[in-house]
Design a protein around this ligand. Structure first.
Ligand code: ATP
Length: 441
């Protein structure tokens, strides 16, 4: 049986990954439990508590008839641990029985694939999720508005897709350590020096543990949830080594997740770019810088980008204050630079997560110099060329000159402290052999 769960936490407590970790440990006596999956869905969804995560795992039961017992146990745990008193918490659980999962027709798998893609990139309605559950005869359970069935179904879909078509799904890993219950809500005790050491020993196979430029740890949340910290990376052995090196308060348990974190799965790109850019979506767009970057109140930096697809228009691109030194790259852009921008879109503005500087504009046009006195000529009026006021010399057009640029071509990203869970850290591209990347750590 494949089980998906979502929407059990609130801003003041719990975490759906913790509920999953508890179940994975508890259900071991009923069957063989898989490595759980942690999927990050559309990061722009307004209903999210934090990182819009949902979970799924598989249990291969020792006794085929134990389905009902296991399902009741899962429901009981959801009822017990979910923050149902919080208005925005609407738990949802999805169960795909083993025989159903094993004999799922290809067209139903395609339906699940489409649903997963939608949940990661688009806004899905609850009606859509219920209709698909009914069509594919998938059992579900929920509390209150049951909104969590959207994430739960997307997580089970990810589980099945990754099993059937592993080559199509980029994955990473996260080992999450959970706090003892008595310590929930109290300050976390983590020895910073040990975390820096763990990073030094395992980066770049682990990433987003520390933020070097801003000199802080980024592996622990700041909320009162059960998570002590998480170590992310591309290889389980490196994650385990980092984990062993970290000194911290005693943990209740730790669980390894296979995830879609760090994969850029949320971006709408290439062929998918059609219609117009819309709110609650994230895009990778090509364009040309159309205005000089300018600072705005709050420490943010904004510039205009002229784009041709999905429609010819100018959009604002913004690097917010928390993106810190990334703003220096953005400030050093010039009109005419060719870019590919990555980030979520809202109110006519793209919130930058990454940029690729494809070509820097090294050309500038200036009024010509007078051949006699060497001074810059002035405009002689609209479409009348340039004239030296002193000498009376005339030139018909401006001069082109090459300007030195400090900015190099390549990909730049926000620092770890400002990174979305689902955004692909550039170091993952270097691990895959890419050139011209400027990872921020
Ligand atoms: P945490 O990261 O701490 O687990 P969260 O940020 O995952 O919290 P949830 O409490 O799970 O937030 O709330 C997100 C809600 O939005 C869930 O009910 C989920 O089903 C729903 N949801 C997720 N993705 C989409 C989507 N693409 N369209 C519509 N609803 C979605």
């Amino acid at each position: 049986m494949i089980v998906g769960i979502d929407d059990t936490d609130s801003k003041t407590g719990m975490c759906t990954t913790y509920l999953c970790a508890v179940l994975v440990d508890e259900l071991g006596c009923y069957g063989k439990v898989s490595i759980p999956r942690l999927v990050r869905l559309n990061p722009c969804i307004p209903y999210k508590t934090r990182g819009n995560g949902a979970v799924a795992f598989e249990i291969k039961l020792h006794q085929p008839g134990a389905d009902e017992v296991v399902k009741e146990l899962i429901k009981a745990r959801v009822n017990e641990l979910a923050e149902v008193h919080a208005e925005e918490t609407n738990p949802g659980v999805v169960f795909i029985r083993e025989e159903r999962a094993l004999r799922m027709p290809a067209e139903h798998l395609r339906d699940l694939q489409q649903f997963y893609e939608l949940a990661v990139k688009e806004v899905v309605t609850l009606e859509h999720a219920f209709a698909l559950l009914a069509e594919l005869q998938i059992e579900h359970y929920g509390l209150k508005q049951k909104r969590g069935v959207i994430g739960a179904l997307a997580a089970t879909a990810f589980f099945m897709l990754q099993q059937h078509w592993p080559a199509q799904y980029d994955v990473t890993y996260e080992l999450i350590a959970y706090r003892k219950r008595a310590r929930w809500g109290t300050p976390r005790v983590i020895e910073p020096a040990s975390v820096w050491q763990a990073d030094a020993a395992t980066y770049p196979l682990t990433w987003d543990t520390v933020d070097h430029s801003n000199k802080n740890l980024v592996l622990a949340p700041h909320s009162p949830c059960p998570v002590l910290f998480g170590v992310r990376g591309d290889r389980v052995d490196a994650i385990m080594r980092a984990y062993e090196l970290i000194t911290a308060e005693q943990v209740e348990r730790e669980t390894l997740f296979i995830t879609n974190q760090g994969t850029d799965s949320h971006l709408i790109t290439g062929e998918e770019l059609e219609g117009s850019l819309s709110e609650y979506h994230s895009y990778r767009i090509e364009g040309t810088v159309a205005s000089e970057p300018r600072p705005i109140k709050g420490g943010h930096v904004v510039f205009q980008l002229a784009i041709a697809r999905p429609a010819e228009e100018r959009i604002d691109c913004i690097a917010y204050e928390p993106t810190k030194q990334f703003r220096e790259i953005v400030r050093s852009l010039r009109a005419g630079d060719e870019l590919t921008t990555y980030g979520s879109f809202g109110s006519g503005t793209q919130n930058l997560e990454k940029i690729e500087v494809r070509a820097v504009n090294t050309e500038a046009t200036r009024n010509p110099r007078c051949e006699r006195c060497g001074k810059r000529m002035k405009s002689a009026g609209r479409a009348q060329g340039y004239r030296c006021k002193r000498c009376g010399t005339h030139r018909s057009s401006q001069e082109r000159e090459i300007v030195a640029r400090a900015l190099n071509e390549g990909l730049y990203e926000v620092p770890p402290a400002a990174r979305r869970h689902i955004a692909k850290p550039l170091i993952r591209l270097r691990n895959a052999g890419a050139q011209k990347i400027h990872p921020s750590r």
